[in-house]
Structures are given as C-alpha cells and as structure tokens.
Design a protein around this ligand. Sequence first.
Ligand SMILES: [Zn+2]
Length: 137
Amino acid sequence: MGFFNKIRQFMAGRYGGDALNLFMLAVMLILYIVNLFVWNPVAHWIIFGVELALLVLVILRSLSRNINMRSLENRRFKKVFDPVKNWVKFQIKKFKDRKEFKYLKCPYCKAQLRVKNQKGSHGVRCPKCRGEFKVKI
Ligand SMILES: [Zn+2]
C-alpha cells in the first residue's frame, strides 16, 4: 500500500481541512513573523504559546471524528469572517478602479452602485430598485 493510500485510510471518517483551520494557520504564520520582532521575553513566550495552541487546535480539528460539530464551527466562523473578507475585497476593488469608476450608494435602497468617473452631472437609475437620482462628479 502506498504512502498516500495510508494517509487516505488514516483520514477516513476524520474531518480534515476547512476554512477555519486555514484561517488559524494563517494567524499562526502572522504571529510567527510578528514574534521575530518581539524582544520582550514574556510577550515572546505568550505569542509562542498562542501559536502552539493554534497548531494543536488545527491538528485536533483535522483529526476529529465529530464531523457535524466541526462543520458547525466552520459555518459559525464563516458567518463572521465572510462579511469581513467581502468588505476587504470590495475595498481593494474600489481602490483598483478608483480612476475609472466612482462608487456610491443608491439613496433609496442603499445598494452599492458603480458609475463611470466622468466630470459633470449625471442621471443614474438604480438597477436594483429602479429609483432615479442625480450625481455630480
Ligand atoms: Zn436602489
């Protein structure tokens, strides 16, 4: 039996990886990098302890056989994390096309709209609620 088959057999019925585990690994990596610059020994050991705790958590969650509980944790995590992720993504997008487009909110339904960044006064129709309003750029 090959090595990968052995791993597959070992992981059968176990939870494995998910977004929460990936997030904890990312936090671990960030803490590791931050800790390279922390010279205070107490703070250094505390951060190291948190890193270790995260690592243990990731391993325990991956190997867990309580798949329902783990996916519930993951869903709870995503409920909090996804809006944050989407907000960051949106800010990046907004920044990237700041020259070409202006972002504004529909005054009626608060939908996020994007209009061409052309000087002047424009009539805008919200594609969501069909409300019309004027914008000055
Ligand atoms: Zn609208």
